[in-house]
Design a protein around this ligand. Structure first.
Ligand code: BDR
Ligand code: CA
Length: 313
């Protein structure tokens, strides 16, 4: 089978970085048409720079990186330096990028790519707030039916929120954008906190990254060392969850993940539960399913895949 063509939409972020590295290490499975940066974990000036730092770390300087929206559709940007550090990629010391940023705006790149490629052959992989995608869908509604699938990290249901008691960060930052995406009719696979909180970087898993003993392996170990301090204290868990790599791992090995086709709607009104992903897990409404909401994974299988692929870079 030919590799799946994807656009990674991202706000790096250490876990975004690992998701990107996994994709770039897997050319037989994944063809990264471009990486589009969005404001999220840190402001856009840093996320677009961090995306290029990661491509250079991977030795894939030919990857096209585009800069996108710097604020949510209709709200003030909320960032997460308290988790990811001032740069968004705190942990390893990595050089500033020398590869160029593309001139085209990320939203126009998404639109042009979907118009130029055959219908149903491009998958969108958002790892941050959904501002770029929603802006593209609003600006060019004709592209919506051309998307093969959206595989995204965002939301939470049984696991509840990580930025408010009800909401997960990516959806909370731009709930209006998430609402556009979830109502778009495109098939969606959701990696919510319900599954990503099972991808804990325990000490042996972190040691396995370090033991790769390449600049990539060591940088990934240092990144997970960094944000684990915050997460271990917050959750009292054995390590930090690697949220975003669930998206790229799913493209390579979907059999590692389990979920249900359910209806998911986004709360955009209530101050109390803004950005909540209301998943009809028990089918108690007659709202049509619009997403595969993932709830479980084979964590050991996920970490062996990740470690084996990172070792190739
Ligand atoms: C999500 O928010 C960000 O902090 C992470 O990069 C991930 O995409 C987890 O809630
Ligand atoms: Ca992210």
């Amino acid at each position: 089978m030919s590799p799946r063509k994807i656009i990674i939409d991202t706000d790096p972020g250490q876990d975004d970085a690992v998701a990107i590295l996994l994709a770039l290490a897997s050319p037989e499975d994944i063809d990264v048409l471009g990486i589009t940066a969005v404001a999220g974990n840190v402001p856009l000036a840093l996320t677009q720079k961090n995306a290029r730092i990661i491509c250079e770390l991977a030795g894939k300087t030919e990857t096209k990186v585009y800069s996108g929206c710097d604020v949510p559709l209709s709200r003030k940007l909320v960032t997460a330096e308290h988790v990811h550090g001032k740069t968004g990629l705190d942990g390893p010391t990595l050089p500033d990028p020398t590869m160029p940023l593309q001139d085209q705006h990320a939203v126009d790149f998404i639109i042009d790519t979907l118009r130029n490629e055959d219908a149903g052959t491009v998958t969108l992989c958002p790892l941050g707030p959904l501002t770029n995608l929603a802006t593209a869908f609003n600006k060019a509604p004709d592209i919506v039916e051309k998307v093969q699938e959206i595989v995204l990290m965002g939301g939470a249901y049984f696991e509840v929120g990580n930025i408010t008691p009800a909401a997960e960060f990516n959806i909370y930052v731009d709930p209006e954008a998430a609402d556009v995406v979830f109502k778009s009719g495109v098939p969606i696979v959701v990696m919510p906190l319900d599954v990503t909180h099972k991808t804990l970087v325990t000490k042996p898993r972190n040691d396995a990254f370090r033991a790769i003993d390449t600049s990539v392996g060591i940088a990934v170990a240092e990144m997970t060392d960094f944000f684990e301090r915050f997460d271990k204290e917050k959750y009292g868990s054995a390590g930090a969850p690697l949220h975003d790599p669930c998206v790229t791992a799913y493209l390579i090995a979907p059999e590692l993940f389990k979920g249900r086709h359910v209806n998911v709607e986004i709360e955009t009104q209530s101050d109390l539960t803004l950005g909540m992903t209301v998943a009809d897990w028990w089918g108690v409404t007659d709202r049509a399913p619009n997403a595969l909401f993932v709830g479980d994974l084979d964590a050991d299988g996920f970490f062996s895949l990740l470690t084996e692929r990172l070792a190739r870079l």
